[in-house]
Design a binder for this molecule. Structure first.
Ligand code: EPZ
Length: 418
C-alpha cells in the first residue's frame, strides 16, 4: 500500500494548474446515460473515482474512448445491463448517480445500496423518496435498490435536507419525465449548476439551477453533446490553504474564481492577501504566520464541508484559537486525532473542534481516513518538523490528481513510498 512522505518544506511558491472538478465529473458522466448519441466530456480529472465511474458505465455496455488527455468520448446507445453492482458501488458511493438516469431513460435500474463511509452513514432515502414521488416503484432488498418505472411523471419534491447527489439524481431523472418537476430546497453547489448546464446542452429544459428551486420541463429525448467540466474549487482551496500554512505565495490557474467566496473570506481573515481574475486566484502571506479563524460548515454558498479538514490543519498552526463547527456530516473530525499525534492542540465538543494554534507541529506516522482528511495531513506535514508519513493514501488518490507532483512544483518536499 502506497504511503506519502512529507518533509518540512519552506513557503510554497509558484503557480499550479487546477484540474476538472471530481464532483462535477461524476454526475456528468452518469448523465451521459440519458443521451441518444455520443457525448464528449472534456477536462475530466485523472482520478480513481472517475476510473470507477467509467468502469461502471463500461460494465453496463457504454462504449468509452479515453485518450491520453482529459477528453472522454462516450457512446451510451448500446447499453445492455442496468445494474450497478456492489463490488463497484462499495468503492464509490457516487455510483448512486446512475440510478436517476437509468430509471428515466430505460425504465429500470438495480443499484447496490451504497454503504456508509468514514464520515457518516450517508443514507440515500431522499433520492429514493424523490423518485417514488415521480412514480417509480422502488424496493430495497438484499442490499440493492431495485427500481422500475414505465415513464416517470413530473412532481413537486421538497427535500427535507439539502443533498447534493440527491438533487443531481432527481434533476437527471426529471429531464425525461412526463410534465414538470419542481425540486424545492435543492442543493445550490456549482457542481449542480455544471450538471444542469450539461443537461441543457443535451436539450433539457431546466430553470433555476444554483437556486433552492429548480424547475424541469420533461422532454422526450436528449442528444449527445460536447461539454467541458468546470474546475475543482476544493482542489483550489486545498492549494490555497497549503500556501497559507507555509506562509507562501501561490497562484492557482485555470480555476473558478467566484465559487469560493466563503473560503477566500476566511483566508483573508487568516491574514492572506488574496487577488483574483477571471480564471485565477493568487494568495500571498508575505511570510506571515496565519491567524486562527472560526468556521461553520453548511451547504453552498456557505463554507463547504469539503474544506473543513484543511482549515482544521491551518488553525492547528495559526496564531490564536479557532473553532470549527461541522454541520453537514456527523463524523468528519477523524483527522483531528491524527493531527493531535503531530502535536496539534484540538479538543472536540460534539460537532465543534476548538483548536489552539501551536508554534510547531512534529512529524509522526499518521493515517488517512477519508479524502479530505488525507489532504489535511499532507498540508500539516509540510510545516511539521521532520518526516511525516501518511498511510492509506488510496483515499487521497480518489480525489486529487497528481497532488505530489503539483506540490513538488511549488517547492514541497513530498514523495510517494511504494
Ligand atoms: C456530495 O456528497 C459530495 N460528493 C461530497 O464530497 C460533499 O462532502 C457533500 O456532497 C456535501 O457537500 C459528491 O458530490 C460525489 P449530501 P453527498 O447528500 O451528495 C444527508 C468529497 O470529499 N442525506 O449533500 O453524498 C447526508 O447524510 C465528497 O468530494 C440524507 O440524510 O452529500 C448528509 O448529512 C465527500 N439522506 C447531508 O444530507 C439522503 O438521501 C448532505 O449529504 C442524502 C443525504
Amino acid at each position: 500500500m502506497d504511503k506519502l512522505q512529507i518533509s518540512t518544506s519552506g513557503p510554497l511558491k509558484g503557480e499550479v494548474n487546477i484540474s476538472g472538478a471530481k464532483n462535477a465529473s461524476l454526475p456528468i458522466l452518469a448523465a451521459t446515460l440519458l443521451a441518444d448519441g455520443i457525448m464528449t466530456i472534456e477536462n475530466v480529472p485523472h482520478l480513481k473515482d472517475v476510473t470507477t465511474m467509467l468502469g461502471l458505465l463500461g460494465r453496463m455496455g457504454v462504449e468509452l474512448t479515453v485518450d491520453e488527455s482529459t477528453h472522454i468520448d462516450i457512446d451510451p446507445t448500446r447499453i445492455q445491463r442496468f445494474v450497478a453492482p456492489y463490488d463497484l458501488v462499495k468503492t464509490m458511493r457516487a455510483s448512486i448517480l446512475v440510478l436517476g438516469p437509468m430509471l428515466a431513460r430505460y425504465g429500470e435500474a438495480e443499484v447496490s445500496l451504497p454503504g456508509g463511509c468514514a464520515i457518516g452513514s450517508r443514507p440515500v432515502n431522499l433520492h429514493i423518496e424523490g423518485l417514488q414521488r415521480m412514480g417509480a416503484q422502488i424496493s430495497v432488498e438484499g442490499g440493492y435498490i431495485r427500481a422500475r418505472a414505465k415513464r416517470l411523471k413530473g412532481a413537486t419534491i421538497n427535500l427535507d435536507i439539502v443533498t447534493v447527489t440527491g438533487t443531481e439524481n432527481l434533476l437527471m431523472a426529471a429531464t425525461l419525465a412526463e410534465g414538470t418537476t419542481v425540486i424545492e430546497n435543492a442543493a445550490r453547489e456549482p457542481e449542480v449548476v455544471d450538471l444542469a448546464n450539461c443537461l441543457i446542452a443535451m436539450g433539457a429544459k431546466i430553470e433555476g439551477a444554483g437556486s433552492a428551486t429548480i424547475r424541469i420541463q420533461g422532454v422526450s429525448s436528449l442528444q449527445g453533446c460536447r461539454y467541458r467540466v468546470l474546475p475543482d474549487r476544493i482542489e483550489t482551496g486545498t492549494f490555497l490553504v497549503a500556501a497559507a500554512m507555509t506562509r507562501g505565495h501561490v497562484k492557482t490557474k485555470n480555476t473558478c474564481a467566484h465559487e469560493l467566496d466563503a473560503v477566500l473570506l476566511k483566508l483573508q481573515e487568516a491574514g492572506a492577501d488574496i487577488s483574483r481574475g477571471e480564471d485565477w486566484i493568487e494568495l500571498d502571506m508575505h511570510g506571515q504566520r496565519p491567524r486562527a479563524v472560526d468556521i461553520h460548515t453548511a451547504p453552498y454558498p456557505a463554507f463547504p464541508t469539503d474544506m473543513q479538514a484543511q482549515f482544521t490543519a491551518l488553525n492547528a498552526v495559526a496564531e490564536g484559537v479557532g473553532t470549527i463547527t461541522e454541520t453537514v456530516f456527523e463524523n468528519r473530525f477523524m483527522h483531528a486525532q491524527e493531527l493531535r499525534r503531530m502535536g496539534a492542540d484540538i479538543s472536540l465538543e460534539h460537532n465543534t473542534a476548538i483548536i489552539r494554534g501551536v508554534e510547531k507541529l512534529v512529524a509522526a506516522p499518521v493515517m488517512a481516513t477519508d479524502l479530505r482528511a488525507s489532504a489535511s495531513l499532507i498540508v500539516a506535514g509540510l510545516v511539521a518538523e521532520g518526516d511525516t508519513v501518511v498511510d492509506r493514501i488510496y483515499h487521497l488518490d480518489r480525489g486529487y490528481e497528481c497532488i505530489e507532483e503539483k506540490l513538488q512544483a511549488l517547492g514541497a518536499r513530498i514523495r510517494r513510498i511504494h
